[in-house]
Every structure is written in structure tokens, then in C-alpha cells.
Design a binder for this molecule. Structure first.
Ligand SMILES: C[S@@+](CC[C@H](N)C(=O)[O-])C[C@H]1O[C@@H](n2cnc3c(N)ncnc32)[C@H](O)[C@@H]1O
Length: 177
């Protein structure tokens, strides 16, 4: 069941799907290797998706991800789930790079059409009172590659606080063009 405030035009999924653009060998690799991720907090009770109504917030009117309870530092909050793909997704604002496979294909996770709560995490830039993120994207590696992305707290996050990461300078530069 999708969580409250989930948009009706996006499919809610709880594990990644693999798009047809992923070559056979890479798909096999993805399916065989098991990530070594720590167990996340119970997503349903640790985060909430909420519409941002504060007029000073640069993403006012959009959705954001908020702590539904106090989250200790260095805690796995939620996985970033979406469609694993190898095709170009230049127009997606929900696409994270995962790894480069042995044939030089760039493998990404795109949560524009399907995903979980992780897709609503905003960037800290321009938000009043925030001079740095309170969470980070962490990739779970196995011996052979980077297969999963999770969001982890970088400090204690208070109940009700927005969970904010850094998308990186390159992400913003690419969108200013
Ligand atoms: C991964 S989505 C985050 C969730 C999004 N707010 C939503 O409602 O679906 C990325 C988009 O959120 C918005 N966003 C996130 N952080 C922002 C920030 N600091 N300033 C302005 N827009 C931001 C931008 O529109 C960006 O393209």
C-alpha cells in the first residue's frame, strides 16, 4: 500500500525493477549479488511524505520527506528504490548513478515513474536555517559493484524535521544550463 500523500501518477514499489535497457550480463550480476545493507528503520513509521507549504522553501508546493520520529545519527533511514536502467534519462530529476558495468554502461536508479519514499528527499540548498545536509546517499557495495543506494542520517534528525541530502554541485550545474 502506498504511504499517505503518495502521488497517483507514480507507482509505489518496495524493491527495484530492472528495465529492458540493462544488458543480460549486467542483469545477471545485479540479480546474483546481494547487497550488504544494514536493515533500515521501519520506513512506514520513521518517515512521512508531506506537501511543503512554507513560502520561503525553494520547493514550496512540492513534496518532501520528513522524520516521523527522532532518527539517531548514522542510521539507515530508507533505501532509494526505482527502476534500474542503462538508457539515457537526462530529463529525470529522480535519477541516481549506481555504477559502471564491465562494458562501460552507466547503470542508474530512476525513480521518476516508480519508487518509494526515498524519491521525495530534497536538497538542503536554499532552505532557511540549513547550511548543510542532515542525510547522505550511501551505496551498498558487494565484492563486484554498487548495487543499492540508501539514505542514511549524518546527524540526529528531530521528529518533524525535513530529511535533506546534497544532490551535488554537478546536479545543479546541469540544470542551470
Ligand atoms: C528527487 S525530487 C525531490 C522530491 C520533489 N520535491 C517532489 O515533490 O517530487 C527533485 C526535485 O525536487 C526539487 N528540489 C529539491 N530540492 C530542492 C531545493 N533545495 N531547491 C529547489 N528545488 C528543490 C526540484 O524540483 C528537483 O528537481
Amino acid at each position: 500500500m502506498p504511504p499517505p500523500n503518495w502521488p497517483s501518477n507514480v507507482r509505489y514499489i518496495t524493491s527495484c525493477t530492472i528495465h529492458a535497457s540493462v544488458p543480460h550480463d549486467t542483469r545477471k550480476f545485479l540479480e546474483e549479488e546481494k547487497p550488504v545493507s544494514k536493515t533500515p528503520l521501519n520506513t512506514q513509521s520513521s518517515v512521512k511524505i508531506r506537501r511543503i507549504s512554507e513560502s520561503t522553501h525553494p520547493a514550496c508546493g512540492q513534496l518532501g520527506l520528513f522524520a516521523a520520529r527522532k532518527i539517531p545519527a548514522k542510521t539507515h533511514i530508507v533505501d532509494y528504490i526505482g527502476e534500474i536502467h542503462c538508457d539515457e534519462r537526462e530529463d529525470s530529476d529522480y535519477d541516481l548513478s549506481l555504477f559502471r558495468d564491465g562494458n562501460g554502461n552507466s547503470v542508474g536508479i530512476d525513480a521518476s515513474k516508480m519508487g518509494n519514499e526515498g524519491r521525495f528527499v530534497n536538497d538542503y540548498r536554499g532552505i532557511e536555517g540549513q547550511d548543510k545536509p542532515n542525510a547522505v546517499f550511501v551505496d551498498d557495495r558487494t565484492g563486484g559493484g554498487r548495487l543499492k543506494m540508501r539514505i542514511e542520517s549524518s546527524r540526529t534528525i528531530k521528529k518533524g524535521e525535513e530529511i535533506l541530502v546534497s544532490y551535488g554541485k554537478a546536479w545543479w550545474l546541469a540544470r542551470r544550463k
